[in-house]
Design a binder for this molecule. Structure first.
Ligand SMILES: O=C(O)C(=O)C[C@]1(C(=O)O)C=C[C@@H](O)C=C1
Length: 285
């Protein structure tokens, strides 16, 4: 079987780097990397059986959650997370001109623009920031326009043979992004999970009614069992104003009986409950 891995394209994105790092952890004989134009499309491709796996960014240490990953995961059915990867993110400024004064527009993925906003305000106050679907999509503007710059990676600059004007422009030197490796629950014969001492279980739920204490009631289920939550995030349900879907990462394996009983009780206090399974986290240096 040729393993197909969906990632945000065009080639050279950080998501592709995460896919390559994932492959480095395994000795998978035959693999195809499949770049898609949006993060939503990558996850949908796995949900629809076009690809075996998706590697999607979920959270950045400076900019926080990648909303489209959460929203698409909620909309798709029968997906699970099998591994989390944390990757260092070192941005570079790419432009045809070495003269910062001549740059009028900076293109990049909104996450990358956000991760460099202080650097941009200090060093390129005259420029307009323009969002693109990915950091490598931004490079086509640099190829076409000498007054355009892009925020992308050193690897992407090499791949597209474009000059680097400035390195390490992210607002914090230890900038990193967490990626999830996602597959359909029923897919067999996938590369083995790399076990570590950090295992998480992620789930999402909507509440039956917007009433006082509804969220507290669900959180108490974890507190009563001493299950530590490492993240809680809300996203609009898109049904009506003030109606949310809550995403939770718990520091526990879904195989533990404590988690089973928590899930059972959650079922009774939530409207729709989705568990994305358990996965170990690997940090790539
Ligand atoms: O545009 C890319 O290169 C991506 O892989 C996307 C993405 C993101 O959405 O967070 C991935 C890692 C970095 O945080 C910046 C951008």
């Amino acid at each position: 079987m040729t393993l197909s891995i969906a990632h945000l394209g065009p080639p050279g994105t950080y998501a592709e780097q995460a896919a390559l790092a994932y492959l480095d952890l395994h000795s998978t004989p035959s693999t195809t990397l499949r770049p898609y134009a949006s993060i939503a499309r990558t996850i949908q491709s796995t949900a629809q059986g076009e690809t075996h796996l998706t590697i999607a960014p979920i959270e950045n240490s400076i900019e926080g959650s990648v909303a489209t990953t959460l929203d698409t995961l909620w909309q798709c059915s029968d997906l699970q997370i099998r591994q989390a990867l944390v990757l260092p993110i070192r941005h570079v400024l790419i432009a045809q001109t070495p003269n910062l004064q001549k740059i009028k527009a900076v293109y990049s993925h909104p996450q990358a623009l956000g991760q460099c906003q202080r650097w941009l305000a200090t060093n390129l106050p005259q420029t307009t920031a323009i969002a693109t679907n990915s950091t490598t999509e931004a490079l086509q503007y640099v190829q076409a326009d000498p007054s355009a710059a892009a925020i992308s990676s050193e690897r992407a600059a090499q791949l597209y043979e474009l000059p680097i004007v400035q390195r390490t422009i992210q607002d914090h030197p230890d900038n990193c992004t967490r990626f999830w490796v996602i597959n359909q629950q029923k897919t067999a014969d996938l590369p083995p999970v790399i076990e570590t001492d950090q295992t998480y279980t992620s789930l999402a739920f909507s509440l039956p009614a917007n009433q006082p204490g509804a969220l507290l009631k669900t959180l108490q289920i974890f507190a009563e069992r001493s299950i530590n939550l490492s993240r809680i995030e809300s996203r609009p349900s898109r049904r009506s104003m003030g109606d949310y879907v809550f995403f939770i990462d718990a520091e526990i394996s879904a195989e533990q009986t404590t988690f089973h009983s928590a899930l059972e009780q959650l079922q009774a206090s939530t409207e729709v409950l989705k568990s994305f399974g358990s996965y170990p986290l690997v940090t790539i240096s």
